[in-house]
Design a protein around this ligand. Structure first.
Ligand SMILES: [Zn+2]
Length: 136
């Protein structure tokens, strides 16, 4: 079975066919199909050897030492369990520069201008349609 450990909150999450997040929410993963799985965020992929785990469960000691089973850290390059960084959108963040008084004025004028254009355009349309109707 495939799991991941979040390096931020140390939560270990077993993957299922739906998105599952760790406690802090920075990592998540899921099975894309029966074999192929992806994980996202600052996580390390883990694997449990199913046979070994089932055997350990079936041989659970009543007391004393715990029964060991095989768990492993999955290599960085693994064809069935891949790190898939969240898709970054190609748009740049606009600089958070404060606009000057003149820029504010210009923006306001532009906004007003656009509103005026819209108003006149809709007036034109109204004229056009009412004209067309009156011709019928
Ligand atoms: Zn986390």
């Amino acid at each position: 079975m495939k799991l991941f450990i979040c390096l931020e909150c140390q939560d270990v999450v077993r993957l299922i066919d739906k998105k599952r997040k760790c406690q802090c929410g920075k990592c998540w993963g899921m099975y894309e199909d029966e074999i192929f799985a992806t994980y996202h965020g600052p996580a390390v992929p883990l694997g449990f050897n199913n046979t070994s785990l089932v055997w350990a469960i079936n041989n659970q000691p009543v007391s004393g030492k715990g029964k060991m089973f095989e768990a492993f850290v999955i290599p960085e390059k693994c064809s069935t369990f891949r790190k898939n960084a969240p898709k970054k959108k190609g748009r740049k963040k606009s600089k958070t520069k404060k606009p000057t008084a003149q820029e504010k004025k210009d923006a306001k004028a532009l906004k007003l201008g656009a509103m005026m254009d819209e108003a006149s355009a809709s007036a034109e349309l109204t004229k056009f349609y009412s004209h067309g109707k009156s011709d019928e």
